[in-house]
Design a protein around this ligand. Sequence first.
Ligand SMILES: Cc1cc2nc3c(=O)[nH]c(=O)nc-3n(C[C@H](O)[C@H](O)[C@H](O)COP(=O)(O)OP(=O)(O)OC[C@H]3O[C@@H](n4cnc5c(N)ncnc54)[C@H](O)[C@@H]3O)c2cc1C
Length: 269
Amino acid sequence: MSKGLKIVVLVKQVPDIEKVRFDYEKGRLDRSSAEAVINPFDLNALEAAAQIKEKIGGVVTAVSMGPEQAKDALRDALARGADEAVLLSDLRFAGADTLATSYTLSCAVRKLGAFDLIICGEKTIDGDTAQVGPEVAEFLGIPHVAYVDEILDISIAEITVKSRLDGDNYVVKMRFPGLITVTKDANVPRLPTLKDKLRSRKAEITVWGMKDLACLDEKQFFGLQGSPTGVAKVFAPTSGKKKGQIVMGTPEEKARRIAEILLKLGASQ
Ligand SMILES: Cc1cc2nc3c(=O)[nH]c(=O)nc-3n(C[C@H](O)[C@H](O)[C@H](O)COP(=O)(O)OP(=O)(O)OC[C@H]3O[C@@H](n4cnc5c(N)ncnc54)[C@H](O)[C@@H]3O)c2cc1C
């Protein structure tokens, strides 16, 4: 009997977007203003992995890059069906743009050894670029399918998925090894049981720093130094509400008033 698939799920810890405040002076999110949670789309990635494991067996490894506190996200991942967890944490990983993040994650996947499928969320709710999944696939030289809404079929050798891009649906069959990014429509993430939560609290989480990720190529896209891009300015979105005025009166008065306003704005008679 086959031992199933080796699945890697990439999870990022993000601030709870419902509660987080924006620091207008510094022009960035005040991450201390809200508790950190697993990126919601990564819950769909974990659920997809758990369902695949239930169907054909296998081992699920959750990997996250972040500070020590990202261990909480990994414990949550363990409670939701992951078997192992690896945290990539090193001061030299800090300030990574999407390229450096993807490079670091791909080095970790290489270190984990042979794998069949990597599952990511379609995007994060803080960075929101949706670049990391496809970039990890590029660094590893494997195919990927993004924005997967549904897993239609899966075997030990390949996966068939429905993906939605620009309003069109695509059915794609991909041989392993490969990577998918899943949308919130892919499944309904399960709630961990109390037993699973307690078990995950005691679980061991492997921590790797830069020295553990000896990638064999010459490129070293680690952290701020290895990031070719940087955020020049961050600002909170405005409400988008347009200024307006309500015109009162009889229909004739309203028409006259609107005509006056339009003329004032430059409309010709
Ligand atoms: C130009 C630019 C410059 C930046 N500069 C900085 C900076 O100086 N300092 C800084 O703190 N941040 C910076 N960031 C943010 C940082 O790059 C992102 O947090 C990170 O690269 C992940 O990108 P994302 O959140 O958009 O992920 P997305 O691409 O939206 O995420 C898709 C999926 O990838 C996986 N994933 C993403 N990130 C991780 C992770 N860390 N661990 C595990 N899985 C993950 C998850 O499965 C996720 O659902 C910068 C971003 C950009 C675009």
